[in-house]
Design a protein around this ligand. Structure first.
Ligand code: ADP
Ligand code: MG
Length: 457
C-alpha cells in the first residue's frame, strides 16, 4: 500500500475510534470512561480484526469483562468491515507478561533494575469504604481491618480463604490502600502468587536469588494472593516457605489468600500448610440474599444510577454464584440500558441476562422437593413413596408431585418413578387435583407459595 493511502486509512481508523470513544463517554459517564476506556490505544488492524491495547493486564481484564462487547458493537457500526476486536496489553508497559514469555523462551536479556521488582497494581475501587459487610464475610473483614489499622502485627499470617469472587482480593487491596494512606513509613507489597513465581523463576535464571530474597524481606507488609497457584511447584514453594519464615520471624506482617483452607491446599508441602495456619485463618462464606442485595445497592449508588428495587431484588435472588458475577450483571444491564436507550425493567434484564440467569439456575431434584414437603406437612419421607392413600399423606404427596412438575424438568413418568413407581396418570391426576384446589383454597395457595419460595431460594 502506498504511504499516502496508508496514512489515510490510519487516519480514518483513529477517527472511528474517536467517534466510538465519544459515544462511550456519553453513555458511560466521565468516571468510567476515564478509568477504563481512555487508557486504551489502537494497536493493530489486520483485515477484519482490530487489536486494542490496555496499559496493564488488570485494565485489559476488566475492560474485556465489562466493556468489550459495547466497544465491539459500536466499532462495527463505524466500520462494517470489522469482524472482531481483540484487547491485548500494550507491549511497552506490559513488561510483566511479555518478559515472562521472553524468559520462558530464553530470549530476554538479564536487566535487573530496582524498578522491575514491583508488586501487582491495586484497584483503586477496592477500599474498605466500598466493601459491604454481612454475615458471610464479617470475620474476614474484621480481621482485615485489624491488620490495616494496627501498627503492630496482630496475627501472622492472616490467611483469608473462600471461593472465587467472594472478596478476598478486594480485602487485600483495601488493607494495602489503608496502610499506604495512614502509615506511610510501612512498605506494603501486594502481589499475585503467579507474579511471585514469575519473579522467582526469573531470579533463578539470572542467579539473582539473593537479591530476590533481600527485596522481599525489606517489605513490612507482604500480601500474596491466590497461593493455591504455588502448589505443586516445588522450588517456588521452597522459596516461598523461606521468604515467609524470614518475614514472620522478623515480625513483618504477611497476608495470604487462597481458595481453600491451609489444610486443604493440595500439592502443598505439609510443613508449609501447617505453617500457613499458625496465625488467624478467616474464611469467607458464600453470599446470602441480604448481602447480595446490600452489595447491589451500594454499587448502584457508586455508579449513580437508579434501578427499580424489584430489579435489584430479582438479581440478588437469582445470581447466587458470586459477587463478581453479580457486579458483572449490573454493569451489563446498565451498559445495555444506556447504549440502546432502554428502560431497566424486569423483562429487560431477563432478556439481557438470559445466559447468566440460566447458568445460575439451581437444579432442584425431586428428592429435595419431597424432603421439604414431608418436613413441612410433618409426614415421613417414606410416605412419599408408600402406597398409603389416607388423606393425611395423599395430599402432601400430590403437592410434591405438583411442585416436581412445576419446578423440575422431569417428565411425568420420571416423576411417577420417584413416588414409589406410580404411573404417569397418577401424577397427572395429582397435579390436576392441586391445580383445582388452588383456585378455591387460599390456605393451600399460601402453603404452596411459601414452599415454592423456600425451594427456589
Ligand atoms: P476473590 O478475590 O475472592 O475471587 P474479588 O475480591 O476479586 O474476589 O471480588 C470480586 C468482585 O466482587 C470485586 O469487584 C469486588 O470488588 C466485589 N466484591 C466482593 N465482595 C464484595 C463486598 N462484600 N462488597 C463489595 N464488593 C465486593
Ligand atoms: Mg482474587
Amino acid at each position: 500500500m502506498m504511504k499516502a493511502q496508508k496514512d489515510q486509512v490510519d487516519l480514518s481508523l483513529s477517527q472511528q475510534w474517536d467517534r466510538v470513544k465519544t459515544h462511550l463517554k456519553n453513555e458511560l459517564g466521565n468516571d468510567i470512561f476515564n478509568n477504563w476506556i481512555q487508557p486504551l490505544d489502537i494497536q493493530e488492524l489486520t483485515q477484519d480484526q482490530l487489536t486494542l491495547a490496555a496499559p496493564t493486564p488488570f485494565i485489559q481484564n476488566w475492560v474485556s469483562t465489562y466493556y468489550l462487547e459495547a466497544i465491539q458493537q459500536l466499532f462495527c457500526e463505524e466500520n462494517p468491515d470489522l469482524k472482531r476486536i481483540i484487547l491485548g496489553v500494550s507491549p511497552h508497559s506490559a513488561a510483566e507478561s511479555s518478559e515472562e514469555k521472553a524468559v520462558a523462551k530464553g530470549e530476554a536479556e538479564p536487566d535487573f533494575q530496582e524498578g522491575d521488582f514491583v508488586g501487582s497494581p491495586l484497584d483503586p475501587r477496592c477500599t474498605f469504604e466500598n466493601f459491604v459487610v454481612g454475615k458471610p464475610n464479617e470475620l474476614a473483614h474484621a480481621a482485615a481491618r485489624r491488620v490495616a489499622e494496627s501498627t503492630q502485627v496482630p496475627f501472622n499470617p492472616l490467611f483469608l480463604y473462600g471461593g472465587v469472587g467472594l472478596g478476598k482480593t478486594h480485602l487485600m487491596h483495601a488493607i494495602a490502600h489503608h496502610i499506604q494512606k495512614t502509615q506511610r513509613n510501612r512498605k506494603v507489597m501486594y502481589l499475585s502468587a503467579e507474579k511471585f513465581m514469575y519473579q522467582f523463576i526469573r531470579a533463578l535464571r539470572y542467579r539473582d536469588t539473593v537479591a530476590f530474597k533481600d527485596r522481599f524481606r525489606s517489605v513490612d507488609v507482604l500480601m500474596i494472593d491466590d497461593v493455591q497457584f504455588i502448589s505443586g511447584k516445588d522450588s517456588t514453594q521452597e522459596e516461598f516457605f523461606h521468604t515467609f519464615n524470614a518475614l514472620v520471624d522478623q515480625n513483618h506482617q504477611v497476608i495470604i489468600s487462597a481458595d481453600k483452607s491451609p489444610s486443604d491446599l493440595e500439592g502443598m508441602e505439609e510443613r508449609l500448610r501447617s505453617r500457613l495456619g499458625w496465625g488467624l485463618v478467616a474464611d469467607i462464606h458464600p453470599t446470602t440474599y441480604e448481602l447480595r442485595l446490600g452489595i447491589l445497592q451500594s454499587k448502584v449508588e457508586q455508579i449513580k444510577q437508579t434501578i427499580p428495587k424489584k430489579v435489584l431484588e430479582f438479581l440478588a435472588h437469582k445470581i447466587t454464584s458470586n459477587v463478581r458475577e453479580l457486579e458483572g450483571a449490573l454493569i451489563r444491564i446498565v451498559a445495555h440500558a444506556t447504549l440502546v436507550g432502554r428502560e431497566i425493567s424486569l423483562e429487560m434484564i431477563q432478556e439481557v441476562l438470559r445466559d447468566l440467569l440460566r447458568s445460575n439456575e439451581r437444579l432442584l431434584t425431586v428428592e429435595e422437593i419431597q424432603r421439604k414437603i414431608a418436613e413441612y406437612y410433618n409426614v415421613r419421607l417414606s410416605d412419599m413413596h408408600s402406597p398409603k392413600r389416607s388423606r393425611a399423606v395423599a395430599r402432601p404427596r400430590q403437592v410434591a408431585m405438583y411442585l416436581a412438575k412445576k419446578l423440575t424438568t422431569r417428565s411425568l413418568p420420571e416423576i411417577g418413578r420417584h413416588f414409589g413407581g406410580r404411573d404417569h396418570t397418577t401424577v397427572i391426576h395429582g397435579v390436576k387435583k392441586i391445580e383445582e384446589l388452588l383456585m378455591t383454597d387460599i390456605g393451600l395457595r399460601e402453603d404452596i407459595d411459601l414452599l415454592r419460595r423456600t425451594l427456589e431460594a
